[in-house]
Ligand binder design. Structure first.
Ligand code: IPD
Ligand code: CA
Ligand code: CA
Length: 280
């Protein structure tokens, strides 16, 4: 029996899918043909005409279906009225990879209902992988059900993380954490796409992901995917996840406590003031 809430989430999921597939197709159409790669404020924080074109097409679809919903999108900011629904959209997560034609990027479309992540679609147009999830409806990749990994211990795990664009300006740059877990696990990857990192935790390719300095559009869709595939999402100290904090710990659940404990024990390894700054 499909209740009204489930039916509504299914509609949101289908529109998010249409938006992600459309955005992804635009990204693919621009590959190898980019003419405008610009820094937008922080060193290394890039934007291209593909980010903008994909975002415009995604917003047109969301607005056409749900004119009363609010939208928070990376390139155009917040629009729409305050209400129960807020779409969190990253038209191109992994812009640095994309600009270098390194194939690790995606389109990420999430929906918060009354502040809670409820719908997530992440589309990797290079691999043609479509990750979808909605609260209570499960998680899929290319329409097949996905689950998190069964890895029990950190020493058997493969993790992933990333480094925010403010890493040149803050000692809270995640370098010590990266070294710490590199010694404790089978490896730590740095893909350059937080949304794909979360999708890969959801489907069991990776066992855990932590990062700081993220924005809501990087995380909302992936959070729904990890939770619906049986994983766990919290703050570093295993307290409730707070989207606005920019910090996330997402795992298969089994290694969550171990990672959380280690994260709280990490001591700064490097004095960042000795590191070179980015050449302009
Ligand atoms: C970035 C990616 C990256 C993460 C950065 C994000 P963008 O998003 O998700 O993996 O480390 O913090 O800002 O700029 O490619 O959309
Ligand atoms: Ca992003
Ligand atoms: Ca982006």
């Amino acid at each position: 029996m499909v209740n009204a809430q489930t039916a509504e989430l299914q509609i949101f999921l289908d529109v998010a899918t249409e938006a992600a597939l459309t955005g992804g197709a635009i990204l693919q159409a621009f590959t190898g043909k980019l003419e405008q790669i610009q820094e937008k404020g922080r060193p290394g924080d890039l934007v291209t005409e593909a980010d903008k074109a994909a975002e415009a097409a995604i917003l047109e679809i969301i607005r056409r279906h749900f004119p009363s919903h609010a939208i928070l999108a990376e390139e155009s900011g917040r629009s729409g009225d305050e209400g129960d629904w807020l779409w969190a959209i990253d038209p191109l997560d992994g812009t640095t990879n994309y600009a270098h034609q390194y194939p690790a990027y995606c389109c990420s479309i999430g929906l918060l209902v009354k502040g809670i992540p409820q719908v997530g679609v992440i589309f990797d147009p290079f691999r043609q992988e479509l990750f979808r999830a909605a609260t209570g409806l499960g998680a899929t990749c290319n329409r097949r059900s996905i689950r998190v990994s069964q890895t029990e211990h950190l020493r058997q795990s493969l993790l992933v993380t990333g480094f925010a664009y403010d890493r040149h300006q803050t000692p809270d740059n995640n370098y010590a954490e990266f070294c710490h877990f590199t010694h404790l696990t089978q490896g730590v990857r740095r893909s350059g796409s937080a949304a794909l990192d979360l999708a890969y935790v959801a489907c069991g390719r990776l066992d855990g992901f932590w990062e700081r300095g993220l924005s809501p559009w990087d995380m909302v869709a992936g959070v729904v995917l990890v939770l619906e595939s049986g994983g766990e999402v919290t703050a570093y100290d295993r307290s409730s996840f707070v989207l606005e904090s920019g910090r996330i710990l997402a795992t298969n659940g089994r290694i969550h406590q171990e990672i959380s404990q280690e994260l709280l024990q990490v001591k700064p390894l490097v004095d960042s003031s000795h590191l070179p700054s980015l050449k302009t």
